[in-house]
Design a protein around this ligand. Sequence first.
Ligand SMILES: NC(=O)c1ccc[n+]([C@@H]2O[C@H](COP(=O)([O-])OP(=O)(O)OC[C@H]3O[C@@H](n4cnc5c(N)ncnc54)[C@H](OP(=O)(O)O)[C@@H]3O)[C@@H](O)[C@H]2O)c1
Length: 201
Amino acid sequence: MRIAIIGSGNVGTALATALRRAGHEVIFGVRAPDPADPAENSIAEAAASAEVVILAIPFEAVADTVRAADGFAGKVVIDATNPLGMIDGKLELTMGFQTSGAEQIAALAPRAHIFKSFNQTGFENMADPAVYSPRPVMFVAGDDSRGKAKALALVADAGFEPVDAGGLRAARLLEPFGMLWIELVRKQKAPPFAFVMQHRP
Ligand SMILES: NC(=O)c1ccc[n+]([C@@H]2O[C@H](COP(=O)([O-])OP(=O)(O)OC[C@H]3O[C@@H](n4cnc5c(N)ncnc54)[C@H](OP(=O)(O)O)[C@@H]3O)[C@@H](O)[C@H]2O)c1
C-alpha cells in the first residue's frame, strides 16, 4: 500500500521504517521537501498520491496541514498526534473528556476518514515493536468500518497487536493513554517499556 506520512521527525521516521519492512511504499509529506530525496514531497502531493495518510506532526500544525491537503478528502487518515501543551509549566494534554484531538481533526476534515492510533507509545517502540514479546498493543479508534479494517491491518503490519477501541470518540481515552506513557518514561524516567494486552487463556 502507498502510505503518506506527514512529518519526517521521530515518529514519522520510525513508522516509515516499520511499514517499509512490511513491504509498504512510504513517502513523506513535509513543508520543505528536499529535492534530492525522492521520498520527500509537498504535503498536498504526498497526501493526494497515497491510499492512507499518517499525521506525525505537532497537533498545533494540523489545521494548516489539513488546509494544505484539501481536507484529505476521501483518505483514510491515522492521527498519531497528541494534543500537548505547556500548562502551569508542565507538559500536559490540552483537551479531553468533552472532545479529543482526533475529533477536532475530524471536524476540520469532514471528507476524510479519521482514525486515532500510533499515539500510545514512544517513537522508540515504533520502528521495531517486535523486540517485545508479546507484541505491544496499539488501539485504533474511528468510525468508518472499511477504513478501520485498513487502519487495523497497518497497525499489525507495523508490528503491534491491533485492537479496535470503537468509534472516534474513544480517542478521548487513547490520548490520555498516550500521556500515561509520556508521564512514565519521559517525565518519571522509567526504563523504556510498551503496553501489552494479556488475554485470559
Ligand atoms: N515522540 C514520541 O515519542 C511520540 C509518540 C507518540 C505520538 N507523538 C506525536 O507525534 C507527533 C510528532 O512527534 P515527533 O516526536 O515525531 O516530533 P518531531 O520529531 O519534532 O517531528 C515533527 C515533524 O513535524 C513537522 N512539523 C513541525 N511543524 C510543522 C508545521 N507547522 N507544518 C508541517 N509540518 C510541521 C516537522 O517538520 P520540519 O522538519 O519542517 O520542522 C517534523 O517533520 C506529535 O504530535 C507528538 O505528540 C510523539
